[in-house]
Ligand binder design. Sequence first.
Ligand code: BGC
Length: 947
Amino acid sequence: MNYYLLILALIVFQACEKVNTNSSDITPLNLRTEYKVNPVLDILNPRLSWELESEERGQVQTAYEILVASSPELLSAEKADLWKSGKVESNASNQIEYRGKSLNSKIHCFWKVRSWDKNGNPGVWSETASWEMGLLSKDEWQAKWIGNDLTHLGKGKVYHLPPAPFFRKEAVLKSKVKKARLYVSSLGLYEFQINGEKIGEDYFTPGWTDYNKRVYYQTYDISSDLKEGENAFGAILGEGWYAGYLAYALLVRNPIVKNFYGDVPLLKAQIEIEYENGEKEIIVSDETWKTNHGPILEADILNGETYDANLEFGNWSEAGFDDTNWMASQVYPEKAGREIECYPGNPVQVFSELKPVSVKAREGGKYIFDLGQNFAGIVRLKVKGQKGDKITLKFGEALFPDGSLMTENLRMARVTDTYILKGDPEGETWTPRFTYHGFQYVEVEGFKYTPTAVAITGLALTSTTPVIGALETSSEMVNQLYHNIVWTQRNNYFDVPTDCPQRDERLGWTGDAQAYILSATFNSDISAFFTKWMVDLNDAILENDAYPIYAPAPKVRATDTYSPGWSEAGVICPYTIFKTYGDTRMIKEFWPQMLAYLKFMEEKTAENYIYKERSFEDLTPKGGYGDWLSVGAKTPPDLLASIYFAYCAQLMKEMAVAINETDDAGYFADLFEKSKNAFEAYYTDGNGRIRTNAEAYGDGAGYVLEGQTKFSGHSQTAYANAIYMGLLSDENKAIAGQHLADLIAEDGGKLSTGFLGLKPLLPALSETGHSDVAYQLLLNNEYPSWGFEVMNGANTIWERWNSYIKGVGFTNNAGMNSFNHYAFGAVNEWMFGNMAGIKVGEPGYRTFTIRPEIAKDGIDFVNASYHSINGEIGSSWKKDGDKLVFEVKIPVNTKATVTIPANENNTVLLDGEAINECELLEILERAENDLTVMLGSGKYKFEINKN
Ligand code: BGC
C-alpha cells in the first residue's frame, strides 16, 4: 500500500530544567548472572544484568557501579574484595562482564549495583545478588564414575529394559556442618537422596548432551540436609538419553535402537563439607558405594517405568540401613576428551499439577482419567489394594469418538507405566522418575474399586524458562490459540527444544527450533535454555561442516544428515538470542562454526550464489525437508535454500558487526548482495513474480511432499520467505506482497504453508500492507487454520491442521500426528510483533518499536506485555466506540518508537491532554494513517478520537 508520507519537522520538546537534588529514585532490580538468579557457574567472567525502576518518565542510566565481594558482610560494608568497577559512564545494564580478581572454584561471589540517572544523580544500591563458582577443572573431581551393569536382567523382546541400579553410602560427620555442596552428574539420569529425601526439585538431570564430548553436573546446596553424626547418601540411575531407547530408531529398524552413548548408566557424586570448626571433608562416589537393584524394574524415557513396590528396600538412603546384601559398585574409567561442565540451562521441573476433570469407566475394568490439558509429564498415582495387584497406566493425547484411548500416534514408543502394589492398608503413592509422556488422558487398568479423581494427578514438566509474556484479546479463539502456543512451548522445551513429547521422536529438530525461536522469546526467557542447546547443536556439526537436522544427534537413522531450512538453525538461533538479549558471547563462541557452515553452503552454490533446481538431490529425503507439511503447491526446496542462504549472509553480516569482525562483515554484506541479486535474477521474472523450472523435478518422486500439487515458485511460502528475509527490491516486494495476498484469496482466504512458510507468512503480509489478510488468516476457522484446530478442541498446537476433526476422526495417526508440536505456533511472532506491535530495535530491546496493527473486525482489544532483558514492555489497544485507546509501557533506560494509529483528522490525546503539549515526546513522522513518536520510559495512554 502506498502511504502518503508527510514528514514533520522534528519537534523536540525540552524537558523542564531539573533541580539537581543529588539523589535519584533509579533502582536496579532483578539482578541476574549469566541470565539466572543466584546461579552456580563455571564461567570465569560471568555477565551481570539488571533492570531499572524509576517513577520518572524518560529515565535513563548514565553510569553504574558494581561491587563484588566474597561475603555478604564485606559487600554491605562496601569492601568489595573481588571487584570494584568504579563509576562507569555507560547506559549498559546487561551483559556486563565481570572484570575483577580471577575466580577460583567454589568461591561465592556477592554483588550489588547502583546507577546514576539522566541528571547524573546516583540511586540507591540494589539488593544483593550472588553467584557461586562450580568445579572449574576436571582435576577437582575426586569422585569416580560408578555403575552396576544390569544389562543381562533386561527382559522383553521388543523393549530390552534392565532394572534401575540403586547406590548408597554412609558417612559419619564428625562435627557441625557449616556449608556443604553436592556436585553430581551421571551418564544416564539420576535421582540423588540424602537421609531419605530427594535433593533438589529437578528431573531429567544432568540433561542431554553428546556424552562423548561433554556431560553436565548440578550443584546443590545441601548444608541443611546433613547433620552431625551418621548420614546416608543414595542415588538411583535411569538409562535416559545415554543408554535408553531414542527417537524412531526402533521404528525405522536402525541397526542401533538404544545405548547410543553407552551401555551402563553411571554416577559421579562429590560431597564437599565445611565444618563450623573450619575443617573440610570430601565424600566421593567410588567402589565403597554399595549397589543393588530393587523396585524399579524398567525405566525408559520413551517406553515407561515399571515399579514393583514389593521390592522396595525400605529406608535405603537413610543411615543404619542394612546393606550387607548389596554389592560393591564398579568403577568405570573416565572417557578421554569428555568434558564435565556446570549445567548451563534451566532444569526440568514440575510447573503445574493437573487434577482430572473427569474419570470414566471403560470396559474391562479400565478407567480413563481426563486431565483437561495436553501436556508433557508424568502422573502421581494414589491407590489402595492387595499385595501384588497391578496397575497399568497408558497415556494418550486424544480419545476416539467411542471414548477409547488413542495411542496409534505414539508409534513404537510403548509409553506404559506399571505399578505393582505392596498392599499397604493406608494406600500407596507412586510417581515415576525417569520417563515422561505427552498426554491428556490416562487409561488405568487394575483398580479393584471405582477410583475417584484423587487417584491420578498430572505433573506437568518443563525446562523452567521463566515466564515473561502475556497476551489477551477480545477473541476467545485467539486467547485459546495463545494458551495452546504457550503450553506447546512448555511441553517441548524439555532440556532440548523437542518436536513433540509423545511419540518415538522427541528430538531437537533444528527446523522446528529455528522457525519457532523468535515466537518463543515472547513467552519465556529462553536465554539460558538456548545457551545450553547451542552447545548441543555445535557439538553435532557434521563432517561436512553443516549443522544437522536434530541436536543432540545420535544416529537414529543412517540417512539422517542436514537439510536447508533446518541446518540454518546454527545461524538463526544465535542471531535471535543476540537480538533478544544483546548476547554477543554466543556469536563469538560459535563464529568459526558459523563461518564454516556458510562456506560449505557457498561452495555448494558453485556459481551464481543460488541453488538451482535439484541442488540437494543427494539428501534423504531429496532436497531436504523443504516446506514440511505444507498443504498446497510444493515450494521447491532449492528455491527456499537460496532464500535461506542469502538471509543467513545478512544475519552473519549483522553479527560480524556486533563482534567487530570487520572483514567478515564486509564479506557477508557482499555475499548478501550477490545472493539476493542472484535470487532475483534466477527465481523471479523480473517483475516480482517468483518462478521455478517445475519440470526439473519430474513427478516429484523422492521429495517429502510427494502426492501434493506440482512444484511452483509462485507459492505462498516462496513469497512469504522472500519478503520476510529481505530478498526483494522495494518495488518487487510490493508486487510480491500482492501476489501473496492474491494467492491466499485464490485459496479461499486460507494459508497453504508448511513449517518454513508459516513463520514469515503473516509478518510478510503486514510488511507489504496486507495486515487485513493477516488478520483474516489469524481469525479463520476453516481448514487449514489455527481456528480450525481450536474449533476441533485443541488445547495445544497440532502437527497437522486436521490432526483431529470432530465427527470425522484422526488423520495420519500411525505416521505423523502429534497433538503437541510447536512449529505452527510460530504465529506468536506476529501476534506480539504486529498485532501488539512489539519489535526489537537495538539488541536487547535497548530500543524497540511499538506499532500495533488494529484489526478492522474480529478483535476489539489486545493487551500484551513482554518482559525484556531491559524490563517490561506493554502494548494494549482497545476500540471504544469512535475512540481507540492505546497504552504503552516502556522500561527505564530504553526508548521506543511508537506508532499511534491516528490519521491527520484524528485528535490524539496523551493522558488526557493534546499530544503536542507534552514533554519527553518527539514526533518523528506523520503519515497518512499514523503518527510516529519517540518516547522514553514510562506509561503512556493515548486516546485517538475519530472526528
Ligand atoms: C518431526 C518434525 C521434523 C521433521 C523433519 C518429524 O518427524 O516431528 O517436526 O522437523 O520430522 O521434517
